[in-house]
Design a protein around this ligand. Structure first.
Ligand code: GLN
Length: 494
């Protein structure tokens, strides 16, 4: 493990922004440092599906011109970043980690439009380095379900970086990009952030536009940042959050200046501790790191209050009905006709069937079948409707808890990063990774993972959950914790 040296790729967004604004650093230098790092590390990490070096240098040049002309106003201007390959990028291939969109080079899906988040970052001069690896259609917890091969954990390349935003997490932690965006349907930003030791924020449902995010579970999906520290997460949120006429589910609430609310101690802050989160089977090192972190919050002035989230245990079961049900409908559109993988056949129906048979991976097909079954006549009430009722109970648990506390603290995952291949044969143990993160998606609340130590040499994440639109609060608590510790200054040696 190394402390941050003076290499350019080690800079945080806010450090780079200061240097860029003072014109002590150019975006082209910074971008080149990242591109070199990417070409050096990718053979080991496979964090990217597409690298757009040429385009990145053009964007960097444009950013440098904006600085020169005094027209650069955003701290994200000229800062190199990468987007999970489920976020559509105009003119840049987008595969969602799937063969069905990738196809061969000639038929690869090149979106004619940009996702709202991509457009917002672009409009302030952000430099896109490429698209990051992920579990196919964001289904998975290890990145092993990618059609483009697994991504590797920068702390130990024989281990997974988590998933489904595994490439985004690996790229951030390996400092291939200054930050990345991921998506979180059941934990896919927070779990990989915990596994690689970076900050990962899942915003409240509706806080960030999903327009141009290839849908998995539309009532659960959210886009959010993976960053080196909490201030960076706040900076990115200021740019990507907010109402969007292209996504009717976005919340029409003003976007706070999150960065201005960072700082100060935690006096008056009530931090909830849910007894349901400290269960048997949790890795001892994870448990002790999280418990120590909670004591630290207390010493920073927070009041620790016990809360109860009695329906936590049912979260996984409800999620694995609702998410596949939504996925089975969302994925019905992929037919190989216009782009991506296509299997010619004698009839159109045969072509659809063969295309979907070969174009989707095993996990995606498992989810489509589970979802179609749960929605089918005769089973709908028993499964889907029941799961929706459980979802309401989980939401009510949080509503009750947030009457008593400002945030809820706990672990992000029961274990640290596991070995590549260790859980592939057993989908159920794989699903268990998300026991602590899934309930928050079902309730639509926000959550953040912050590095809080190591267990057997692998990073551990502290999970801070807040109510709907509670991003400013979880960022404030996370920041106070981070500033009082040094975990965010430790990066894997590569
Ligand atoms: N691991 C969970 C799943 O496989 C969550 C994925 C996600 O958040 N996109 O569904």
């Amino acid at each position: 493990m190394s402390s941050v040296t003076n290499e350019l790729y080690n800079l945080t967004i806010h450090e780079a922004a200061d240097l860029l604004a003072k014109r002590e650093l150019s975006s082209q230098e910074l971008t080149r440092a990242c591109i070199e790092r990417i070409s050096r590390l990718e053979p080991q990490l496979n964090a990217f599906i597409t690298v757009t070096s040429h385009r990145a240098l053009e964007l960097a040049e444009a950013a440098d011109l904006a600085f020169k002309a005094g027209e650069a106003t955003s701290p994200l201007c000229g800062v190199p970043m990468a987007l999970k390959d489920v976020i559509v990028t105009e003119g840049v291939a987008t595969t969602a980690g799937s063969r069905i969109l990738g196809g061969d080079d000639r038929r690869r899906y090149i979106p004619p439009y940009a996702a709202t988040v991509a457009g917002r970052l672009r409009s302030v001069g952000a430099v896109l380095l490429g698209k990051t690896n992920m579990d196919e259609f964001a289904m998975g917890s290890s990145n092993e379900n990618s059609a483009y091969g697994p991504a590797h954990n920068p702390w130990d390349v024989s281990r997974v970086p988590g998933g489904s935003s595994g490439g985004s997490a690996a790229a951030t932690s390996a400092r291939e990009a200054l930050y990345t965006l991921g998506s979180d349907t059941g934990g896919s930003i927070r779990q990989p952030a915990a596994f690689v030791g970076c900050v990962g924020l899942k915003p409240s449902y509706g806080r960030v536009s999903r327009y141009g995010l290839i849908a998995f579970g539309s009532s659960l999906d959210q886009i959010g940042p993976l960053t080196k520290d909490v201030r960076d997460a706040a900076l990115v949120m200021e740019q990507i959050a907010g109402v969007d006429p292209c996504d009717a589910t976005t919340l029409d609430a003003p976007v706070p200046k999150y960065t201005e609310q960072l700082g100060g101690d935690l006096r008056g802050m009530r931090v909830g501790l849910a007894r349901e989160y400290f269960v048997e089977g949790m890795e001892a090192g994870v448990k002790s790191a999280v418990e120590t972190a909670i004591k630290q919050l207390q010493s920073l002035g927070a009041e620790i209050v016990e809360v109860s989230l009695p329906h936590t245990d049912y979260g996984l079961a409800a999620y694995y009905i609702i998410a596949p049900a939504e996925a089975s409908a969302n994925l019905a559109r992929f037919d190989g006709v216009k782009y991506g993988y296509s299997h010619p056949a004698n009839s159109i129906i045969d072509s659809y069937m063969q295309t979907r048979q070969d174009g989707f991976g095993a996990e995606v097909k498992r989810r489509i079948m589970l979802g179609a079954y749960a929605l089918s006549a005769g089973y709908y009430d028993a499964y889907y409707l029941k799961a929706q009722k459980v979802r309401t109970l989980i939401k009510r648990d949080y509503d009750e808890a947030f009457k008593k506390v400002d945030v809820i603290a706990g672990p992000v995952t029961p274990t640290t990063a596991f070995k590549i291949g260790e859980k592939v044969a057993d989908p159920l143990t794989m699903y268990l990774n998300d026991v602590y993160t899934i309930p928050g998606n079902l309730a639509g609340i926000c959550g953040i993972s912050v590095p809080c130590g190591f267990s057997n040499g692998l990073p551990v994440g502290l999970h801070l959950q807040g109510p709907v639109l509670g991003e400013a609060t979880i960022l404030k608590v996370a920041y106070a914790y981070e500033q009082a510790t040094a975990w965010h200054k430790q990066w894997p040696e590569l």
